[in-house]
Write a protein that binds this ligand. Structure first.
Ligand SMILES: NC(=O)c1ccc[n+]([C@@H]2O[C@H](COP(=O)([O-])OP(=O)(O)OC[C@H]3O[C@@H](n4cnc5c(N)ncnc54)[C@H](OP(=O)(O)O)[C@@H]3O)[C@@H](O)[C@H]2O)c1
Length: 306
């Protein structure tokens, strides 16, 4: 338990958007652990795309810091429906920034490795120029630009491949799908899209630390450890759960998707390190601890276990 008296966020009013998502609930916990008075809001509270709704809600709560984690994260759906993607991810973020400006609040915006094409072979630090190749990536990049133009003392945290926490994520769905396979049937996953998986509770806690201590601007934050593919993440997850399910690796072109994914969406955390923020632990360790917490499968699904 942290000592609230030592935290500059102690007593500060913080509003977190996207509270029903993978990251939002953990952000609430992380800011509360630093003594902040946190209000979490989801789509049921107000639609981010409704400018007046956002302005009114922020005026009512009057937070000192807005941690804006809500987004339309369905990458293929964004490609199929750019209007909705730009309405929520870009104009929604503009609305949040405009509201923040009106009440003199700080904006902490969560963004993504999809702002990069992923066509380099070296990790992307914060000083690389973004070059998104999907509607989702462009909608988030333009969200970042509104934050940079309208949000005083803003923080932008780009991250990748969230797992952990209470909400559904890739690790949970790997286990569900692997347990449902017939004996000997392989789990199929893509081997040519690399990124660093990121453990959500640690990410949330570091976002709170950065908000409290660091200077502002863009931060790349992922777990530490080696870049890995979806297939590698699935293989480790399945092994950690003690399941005897083989993983069949395929190339992205064998399973075409509507939206482009960065083949090398590997983020390098240069700025946080320069500012003395402790790196997150290796994703391999975090995954081992997390899979343990997911517990045993339902009895009828146990036949796939080793
Ligand atoms: N997931 C990843 O691997 C990943 C990787 C890199 C960056 N990110 C970024 O990290 C942030 C958090 O991602 P996440 O995985 O936690 O997202 P998520 O699980 O998809 O949750 C997104 C949240 O946004 C809310 N939302 C969506 N449209 C909204 C609208 N029109 N008005 C108000 N709220 C709306 C959703 O509300 P409902 O629950 O009511 O639908 C949901 O709670 C996002 O900004 C995302 O771009 C995520």
């Amino acid at each position: 338990m942290s000592d609230r008296t030592t935290h500059r966020l102690s007593g500060t009013a913080v509003l977190v958007t996207g509270v029903g998502g993978r990251l939002g609930a953990e952000l609430v916990r992380a800011f509360e652990a630093r003594g902040a008075r946190v209000t979490g809001v989801g789509r049921a509270d107000f639609d981010l795309g409704g400018r007046e709704l956002v302005l009114e809600a922020m005026e009512r709560v009057r937070p000192k810091t807005i941690v804006h984690a809500a987004a339309w994260t369905a990458v293929d759906a964004c490609e199929d429906d750019p209007d909705t993607a730009y309405r929520i991810n870009t104009l929604g973020t503009r609305n949040v920034c405009e509201a923040a400006d009106a009440i003199s609040a700080r904006v902490v915006f969560v963004s993504t490795d999809h702002v990069f094409s992923g066509e380099r072979t070296e990790p992307y630090d914060e000083f690389q120029e973004p070059d998104p190749r999907s509607v989702y990536g462009r909608s988030k990049l333009w969200g970042e630009r509104f934050v940079q133009r309208l949000g005083p003392r803003h923080v932008i945290v780009r991250t990748s491949r969230l797992f952990g926490g209470a909400a559904r994520n890739y690790v949970v769905s790997v286990l569900e799908r692997a347990r449902a396979l017939a004996p000997g049937e392989p789990f199929v996953a893509v081997s040519d899209q690399l990124a660093i998986p990121t453990f959500v509770p640690e990410l949330a806690s570091t976002v709170a630390e950065i908000t409290e201590k660091a200077g502002g601007g863009i931060y790349h934050l992922t777990s530490s450890g080696k870049p890995c593919s979806w297939a590698e993440l699935a293989r480790r997850t399945i092994a950690l759960a003690g399941l005897a399910v083989p993983v069949r690796e395929i190339f992205s072109r064998e399973s075409p998707r509507l939206a482009h994914r960065p083949p090398f969406g590997v983020l390098m955390s240069r700025v946080a390190v320069l500012e003395g923020i402790a790196p997150l632990s290796p994703w391999e360790e975090a995954l081992a601890g997390y899979v343990k917490t997911l517990g045993a499968p339902a009895p009828e699904a146990k036949r796939g276990r080793a």
